[in-house]
Design a binder for this molecule. Structure first.
Ligand code: UT7
Length: 335
């Protein structure tokens, strides 16, 4: 039997809405401060979409740029990872495929909250390994501002909007950019720790109960913090072992940008210097499914992530879900 084909990263694109909201801006309307947000999270500002901008609007921009970065205008499938789809029904990916000029290719969403991009990469790699697709556009895109409670300082301080995308193509396991074996996990017993309580089939919002409904994103921050450190550390160890590396051989670990204290704690648990963990959240906050591709592009632009670097990706999010994977960074210029 022929060996399964590897999925190789060959393009990277990003898009951030232009509106920047600083910690001082938030402190002007909520009981918070720049000092609290910076010291507890590392975040200094976030980009927020204008009213009327939907997740697909950001995803289309990032997708177009990823295609340009890959020097292609076709792919065989589109996957959109998001917590904030344009609509509960249908999925956002078909709209992104059509609006990006990709025609009638298969297109579907992945819902794994902040781990969504890594689940999307694994799904795209699976389509390639199975021979269903030769190339896949994987987008992580969020308009978190659409689900945040305007009065909740604990979530408004953290989350931002944005989108990032990669193009995967079929290739060889030993070439730069080839994704290593993914490690993915979930623990639904922790589903209440990160939740939008109302608006789904469990608690539909109807005229008669609208006043009691809670349509906003809720997070039990301190508990999530502990799980995030443990799971990202374990998943990284496993992904690195499956790639045949030791943790010390990781040159760059791009972790989900939830909180700089979480990123630092994962570095400490793995006994790796914090300098190997790029930080982007200071300028964009936690962009959930968009965070890893946005951080990758920022690290490449800053010169921290270069071709040949042994790279690990790790994420944790609602569900609960987590994941990690590896690749040798390819010669890809983000657009
Ligand atoms: O993205 C996927 C997964 N998400 C994460 O990984 C996020 C994980 N959690 C975190 O990053 C942190 O838990 C937070 C940043 C969300 C919160 O930091 P914390 O140090 O865990 O604070 P806490 O939730 O334990 O709250 C401590 C205090 C509380 O006040 P009291 O009850 O002690 O009086 C909060 O009300 O800090 C208060 N607080 C704030 N104060 C000023 C919470 N948010 C704010 C704020 N400004 N923005």
């Amino acid at each position: 039997m022929a060996a399964a084909r590897a999925a190789v990263v060959c393009g990277l694109g990003t898009h951030l809405p232009s509106r920047v909201v600083t910690n001082a801006d938030l402190a002007g309307e909520l009981d918070t401060s720049d000092a609290w947000i910076r010291s507890r999270t590392g975040i200094g500002q976030r980009h927020l979409a204008e009213d009327g901008t939907a997740t697909s609007d950001l995803a289309v921009e990032a997708g177009r740029r990823a295609l340009k970065s890959a020097s292609t205008d076709t792919v065989d499938a589109v996957i959109v990872a998001t917590t904030t789809p344009d609509h509960t029904c249908p999925a956002t990916a078909p709209a992104v495929a059509a609006r990006t000029g990709l025609g009638t290719v298969p297109a579907f969403d992945v819902a794994a909250v902040c781990t969504g991009f890594l689940y999307g990469l694994a799904a795209g790699a699976g389509l390639i390994a199975a021979g269903t697709a030769h190339s896949v556009l994987v987008v992580g895109a969020e308009t978190y501002s659409s689900i945040l409670d305007p009065r909740d300082r604990s979530t408004r301080a953290i989350f931002g909007d944005g989108a990032g995308a990669v193009v995967l193509r079929a290739g060889d396991r030993d070439e730069p950019g080839a994704l290593g074996p993914p490690v993915l996990g979930s623990d639904g017993t922790g589903r209440a720790l990160i939740q939008v309580p109302s608006g789904g089939s469990r608690h539909p919002i109807r005229a008669e109960n609208a006043e009691r409904a809670d349509p906003y994103f809720r997070m039990a921050g301190a508990q999530v913090f502990r799980h995030a450190v443990e799971r990202m550390t374990e998943a990284t160890r496993e992904a690195v072992a499956r790639a045949g590396w030791t943790p010390e051989e990781i040159d760059v670990l791009v972790a989900h940008q939830a909180n700089v204290r979480i990123v630092n704690a994962v570095a400490d648990q793995l006994r790796l210097p914090r300098s190997r963990f790029p930080v982007h959240l200071d300028r964009v906050g936690n962009t959930a499914a968009a965070s890893i591709p946005l951080a990758l592009a920022d690290a490449v632009t800053a010169g921290a992530l270069r071709p040949g670097h042994r790279t690990a990706l790790a994420a944790f999010g609602g569900g609960l879900t987590w994941g990690a994977t590896t690749l040798t960074w390819p010669d890809v210029t983000p657009v």
